[in-house]
Design a protein around this ligand. Structure first.
Ligand code: SAM
Length: 226
């Protein structure tokens, strides 16, 4: 059985959620705040990146960003946007929330060094180098898993190469109609983090004003030295 699809196709998704309006109350500000807790890291891989990595990048200090997605169109939009380096309204608000100026956005755009078309939710499709980053993120990818077993297996596999002291941050939106999607609980996340050998530093379930996605899970974890 294949995993559920993303809510909208590339262009409407990009314009609806990452256009000129910052949608306060839909957990974006919480995710930016969480990402601000990550110290500067040389390498970052964003899994299921879509066209959106540069919004999350406003809160981060990274040198090399690899964006991975199954959809080449979303990655192409991201690459063009990075080259253009002109923040949309949503990025401008995010920069202000993170206390950053326009030069920070330009630097983050330059940090996009690779885009990779790959299936992150099936085993054996991702090169190890992409997973050996100092920071691994996923926003909206793991929530597309079918069930808790698929979620845990995928979480463990995606974090298997995270180095000592490496960071893992993510968010998963809970759809009002979550047919075919994993039902996420505190226990599911704790179990997956434990199996992956990660120390869960933050786990939260935040209400959202988006009627299509009324809840958002957020987490921050770290591979502690053995
Ligand atoms: C809900 S969107 C999230 C996009 C973006 N990360 C964000 O912050 O808004 C889910 C993304 O996962 C991608 N995706 C879906 N299935 C995937 C898979 N098996 N492997 C990699 N990416 C996948 C979709 O193309 C889409 O870009």
């Amino acid at each position: 059985m294949s995993a559920p699809r993303t809510v909208l196709d590339a262009v409407p998704y990009w314009d609806t959620y990452y256009g000129n309006t910052f949608r306060f109350g839909q957990a974006t500000e919480h995710i930016l705040d969480l990402l601000s807790q990550v110290p500067p890291v040389p390498t970052w891989t964003d899994l299921g990146a879509g066209s959106e990595s540069l919004l999350w990048a406003t809160a981060l200090d990274t040198r090399d960003l690899t964006a991975v997605d199954t959809d080449p169109d979303r990655l192409a939009t991201l690459a063009v946007f990075a080259r253009t380096s002109r923040p949309r309204g949503v990025h401008q608000v995010a920069l202000a929330l993170c206390g950053r100026g326009p030069e920070h956005f330009t630097d983050r755009c330059r940090s996009l060094t690779a885009t990779l078309v790959a299936d992150c939710l099936s085993p054996g499709r991702l090169p190890t180098w992409a997973l050996r980053a100092d920071l691994l993120t996923q926003f909206g990818l793991l929530g597309l898993c079918r069930d808790p077993l698929h979620f845990t297996d995928t979480f463990v596999r995606l974090h298997a190469h995270l180095p000592e002291n490496g960071w893992a941050v993510g968010a998963n939106w809970v759809a009002a109609d979550s047919t075919g999607r994993v039902h996420l609980t505190h226990q599911t996340y704790r179990h997956a983090a434990r199996r992956a050998g990660l120390h869960l530093l933050h786990l939260d379930r935040i209400p959202s004003t988006d009627p299509q996605f009324p809840l958002v899970w957020t987490y921050l974890a770290r591979r502690m030295p053995r």
